[in-house]
Design a protein around this ligand. Structure first.
Ligand code: SF4
Length: 376
């Protein structure tokens, strides 16, 4: 079929709310120009989220950078005896909680390395002490790779571990560790850590327990278009089964300080193409996030016109992308985020982790408006 006809068929499917196939995804990857992708993704984005662009006020906690694994794209990890290696003490962790509380953060995003010597109980203890001291802050904690590690440490089912951590304060699961699901790529960039089946088992079990989660895809390294489309379709299938994913976050590979440093950084065009194609293929995901720390502020702003409806948060103490060479600032103020959104032509809305609207009082206290519908 001629390209124009293929794109016309895809356009009609999107306009009629029909699902795109794997083959359609490959046409988008290989034959659609950026303008077509932007226009189509914006249609879907507007259908799902109107002119709203979400942001949140959050703080990151990376309790240790010591990691038993050696993913080739990772600039964050360290060996135990590296000068860069660190393990946060309870006091440092609680100080981060105090900082989050003082800043009015509604969320703490907790991910880190898999420490060679730390027992499973240490990871649970972190949640316990933060939740006890700051119960209002939602703890989005531990990627599927970490849950797999906890299973290896304990020999217990992931379901039990999720329940146990939920009981001490875990509120939801971040989407990291997905990288690229296809074995041709995964075996080359992170062969030892949780495999694709484990990643899906973890998220499936979480969803069955009513725990919401996010999903990611690391692009712009050795993967090819076919691997990205495969990745998105696998996520779409689990979402069809459970409905437990909230947000998809495409993550661009950053080439500094890791074993893939010879590769070029993803271009702005690639960032926007992946954003738009993700929006189009993941028709059952409510939200697509332009993570400004990774994209850079300017690209994240423009990504709102390429399918994204969420720009992430004020992000303080982010280490993982900055270690890999991100030149974004460590934080944006709420005023800066709102300005970026309104300047782009959208309406900013502060959300919490579960997409409930956050109401700020003049005295800096905040509450969740429980009635905000999660768009579908
Ligand atoms: S990406 Fe995660 S699991 Fe892999 S080396 Fe880095 S910290 Fe460890």
């Amino acid at each position: 079929m001629a390209v124009a006809m293929q794109l016309k068929t895809i356009r009609e499917k999107i306009e009629n709310g029909q699902r795109l196939t794997f083959e359609d995804g490959m046409v988008l990857e290989e034959k659609a120009d950026l303008f077509f992708l932007a226009k189509m993704a914006h249609l879907v984005r507007t259908r799902k989220n109107g002119t709203t662009a979400y942001y949140n006020v959050n703080v990151h906690l990376n309790p240790t950078n010591v990691c038993v694994y050696r993913c080739s794209f990772c600039a964050f990890r360290a060996n135990m005896d590296d000068v860069r290696a660190y393990v946060m003490s309870d006091d440092e962790i609680l100080a981060r909680g105090a900082d989050a509380d003082q800043r009015g953060a509604t969320e703490m995003h907790i991910v880190g390395g898999l420490h060679n010597k730390k027992p499973f109980e240490w990871y649970r203890h972190i949640l316990e002490i933060v939740h006890k001291a700051y119960p209002k802050i939602h703890l989005k904690a531990y990627t599927a790779v970490e849950w797999d590690w906890f299973q290896r440490l304990t020999g217990r089912p992931i379901k039990d571990l999720l329940q146990e951590f939920r009981d001490v304060g875990m509120g939801s699961i971040p989407g990291g560790g997905a990288e690229i699901f296809h074995e041709e790529v995964r075996s080359q960039i992170c062969e030892h850590k949780a495999d694709t089946a484990k990643w899906f088992e973890c998220h499936r079990e979480a969803h069955k327990l009513g725990i919401r989660s996010n999903a990611t895809m690391l692009y712009g390294h050795i993967e090819k278009p076919v691997h990205r489309i495969d990745h998105l379709i696998r996520l779409r299938e689990l979402q069809e089964e459970t409905g437990g994913f909230q947000t998809f976050i495409p993550l661009a590979f950053h080439p500094n300080n890791n074993k893939l440093s010879h590769l070029p950084k993803a271009s702005g065009v690639m960032d926007l193409r992946v954003m738009a194609i993700s929006r189009l293929m993941l028709d059952n995901f409510p939200h697509i996030k332009a993570y400004w720390v990774m994209l850079g502020i300017k690209t994240a702003q423009i990504a709102l016109w390429h399918g994204a409806d969420d720009i992430d948060g004020t992000v303080v103490h982010e280490k993982i992308y900055h270690d890999a060479g991100s030149d974004s600032p460590q934080e944006l103020t709420v005023q800066e985020i709102r300005h970026l959104i309104t300047e782009a032509g959208f309406n900013p809305l502060e959300r919490d982790t579960l997409y409930q609207e956050v109401i700020r009082e003049p005295n800096q206290s905040w509450k969740r408006r429980m009635s905000l519908p999660i768009s579908q």
